[in-house]
Every structure is written in C-alpha cells, then in structure tokens.
Design a protein around this ligand. Structure first.
Ligand SMILES: Nc1ncnc2c1ncn2[C@@H]1O[C@H](COP(=O)(O)OP(=O)(O)O)[C@@H](O)[C@H]1O
Ligand SMILES: [Mg+2]
Length: 341
C-alpha cells in the first residue's frame, strides 16, 4: 500500500492542508510548530485507527466543529476519517469503501513503523516509557496482545479504585470484593509476560546482527526483560497479589504486576544506559526499528509505512545511509526543520 496524498481539514493547527507523497521517500519541511508531527499523526489515525499522542478533542482545531482526514492510496482506494457532531455528540467515523465505521476495521488497517524524536532517549528513559515503547510494537504485531493489555489495564484500574475506596482496616471485606480482580490480573498478567518474553526472544535473535550491520563493529547487544520478582505461575502471581493486599490498601494502588516490569539494554555485558555512547545509542534504536519492520513484514506480508518525525536530520551520514538502504522497499515519510538532501 502506498499513500498518494493527504488532505486535512481543521486538524490541529491545519485549517486546510494538502500534500502529495512520493512512492519512496517524501519530506515534509517546516518550522517548529508548523504542524509536521500533526500530519504524521493524521496518517497514523487513518491507517491504524487512533492517534499515537492524543485524543480527538485535543486534535480538533480550536474553535472548529469538525475535523477531516482524507488519504488517497495509489491503488485508487481511500480512507476518510471524520470527527463531527452526530446526534449532538462529537464522534469519529471512518469511511472506507462506501461504508462508515466507528472503529477502523482490521482489514483496512495498514502497519506503520513510527520513529519519534523521543525514541532516541529510550535507553535512559523511565520503565513506563520503555514499557509503552515495546507495548506499542508488540500490539502492532499481535492483536491478542493489545486485547490482553487493554483488559489488564481495565482490571488494574478497577482494583486500584477499590483500594482507594477501602482502608486497611476493612481487610476482610476488601479481600472478598477484590478477589475477582486479583484473578483477572493474575491470568492476564502471566499471559502478557509470556508474550513479552517470546517477543524479546525474537528480537534478541536478530539484535546483535542488525546492530552490527549499522555500526560495522563487533559489539554485542542484548535486550533484557526485567521482571518484577521471579518468573512465576498464575497461582503464585495470585498469591502475591493477595499477600500484598494490606500494603496495597495503605498505598492506594497495586504495587505488584506486569505494569512494573522493565526493559534493559545490555551492551557488551554492561547496562547500555551509561556505557553506550550517543552514537551507539542511536544505532541501537535504529536496529530496533529495522527489526520491528522486519517482524511486521514476516507476520503480515506487508511492508510498513515508515514515519520519521524529525529524526532523520539528527542522524549522521552513515546512519542515514543505513536507514535509507534498510527501508528501500518501504514508503518513507520524513519530517524535518531543515531541507534534507
Ligand atoms: N487542537 C489544536 N488546534 C489548534 N492548534 C493546535 C491544536 N493542537 C496543537 N496545535 C498547535 O499546532 C502546532 C503544530 O504542532 P506540531 O504538529 O507538533 O508541529 P511541528 O511538528 O511542526 O513542530 C503547535 O504550535 C500547537 O500549538
Ligand atoms: Mg514535531
């Protein structure tokens, strides 16, 4: 699938915006604040169904009544996203193939590899940020994973709401009302961990080799999934939630679970955070993006569209070349403050 053009109405700062894309590499150039990331965001919504950074009320141009995204593909197909009043309520609708949908059907989705400026700081970033990073990749590769994670997060929220409602003095009462949520968290938690472990295994199978193809050296790189506690069974997971109930009641939130797991990069047997140089860190992130695109292609047979937000000009010439050659079969859309040659 190749995007031919985009047309935006009332999308963020764009009252009206039109752009024609090249088959291979397109570059959107503009000052900071001119709306470049917003264009990538619009593409992302039209291809995957929702934004990577915000909800529709934030996206709707201030003082406007609707927004609209129209994407035309080179094969003649098109996707329209309209966020407008329906029976007095603002709603988003997808118009594809003469039909309207409230959610973008799977068959009309198309994979994207997104590269944001902040990704360059992944290695030294917080566990939350790292989990979000890998959760998004995994979710793009495996629908079951996104579903599991959604369910886990809903159950976690319910449990946390209960923890806030009761105090540690009602322990026996809470034990009963919270039990079903413990069960769900243990069930989904263990499944999510398993999927993350399999995914990390797949990444590690390729990581050093991919990294070396960029850095042209003999460094060794490994991604480590760091569990909070041990690798435990569902019943042990459940027991831990039960054992920590009193502490959770005092804290007002759930202290144990996969929402606390972390990822580390091990670079030549040391933590990459602190040992890898700025350039090496960039090569590591590039390697991850290459692997993500590769895995998507292997799993779906589709070459993801690559969106590079303000990162291309941040890379030195060698890494730019490596990126261009790795994504030679993908449509690549770059944003930049400077003109890129
Ligand atoms: N809902 C909105 N309505 C109007 N302007 C918005 C809205 N949301 C964001 N903006 C503005 O849009 C501008 C462009 O944002 P962005 O796409 O991030 O620009 P760039 O990536 O080119 O720096 C920002 O100046 C921001 O203040
Ligand atoms: Mg931007």
């Amino acid at each position: 699938m190749i995007i031919k053009s985009i047309k935006l109405d009332n999308f963020r700062c764009h009252k009206e915006f039109n752009f024609d894309f090249k088959k291979k590499t397109s570059i959107i150039v503009g000052e900071n604040g001119s709306g470049k990331t917003s264009v990538l965001e619009a593409i992302y919504i039209a291809l995957l169904g929702k934004s990577f950074r915000a909800t529709d009320p934030d996206i709707l141009k201030r003082d406007s009544e609707f927004y609209r995204i129209e994407i035309n593909f080179t094969n003649g197909e098109k996707t329209v996203v309209a966020y407008s009043l329906i029976n007095g309520v603002l709603k988003k609708q997808f118009l594809v193939g003469e039909k309207k949908y409230l959610r973008l059907p799977k068959k009309y989705r198309y994979p994207i590899v997104l590269f944001l400026p902040d990704d360059l700081h992944l290695i030294g970033s917080s566990p939350t940020r790292k989990r979000d990073f890998f959760d998004r990749i995994l979710g793009g590769l495996d629908d079951n994973y996104s579903n599991l994670l959604n369910r886990y997060e809903k159950a976690l929220k319910q449990r946390n709401d209960l923890l806030k409602k009761y105090s540690e003095f009602n322990l026996d009462e809470v034990k009963n009302v919270i039990f079903s949520w413990n069960l769900l968290l243990a069930k989904y938690g263990v499944e999510i961990r398993k999927k993350r472990q399999e995914f990390i295994f797949e990444i590690n199978n390729r990581l050093t080799e991919t990294y070396r193809s960029i850095a042209e050296n003999s460094d060794i790189l490994e991604l480590e999934y760091q569990l909070q506690g041990e690798d435990i069974s569902e019943s042990e997971y459940l027991k831990r939630l039960e054992d920590e109930l009193q502490r959770d009641l005092i804290l007002g939130h759930t202290g144990f679970g996969i929402h606390r797991d972390n990822y580390n990069f091990i670079f030549n047997n040391s933590d990459a955070d602190g040992s890898a140089s700025r350039g090496e860190v960039r090569s590591i992130i590039l390697a991850l993006k290459f692997i993500e695109a590769e895995l998507i292609y292997e799993k779906t047979g589709k070459r993801p569209i690559v969106l590079l937000d303000d990162v291309f000009s941040e890379l030195d010439e060698t890494r730019q070349k490596s990126l261009t050659s790795n994504f030679k079969d993908n449509q690549v859309i770059i944003t930049s403050v400077d003109i890129v040659n």
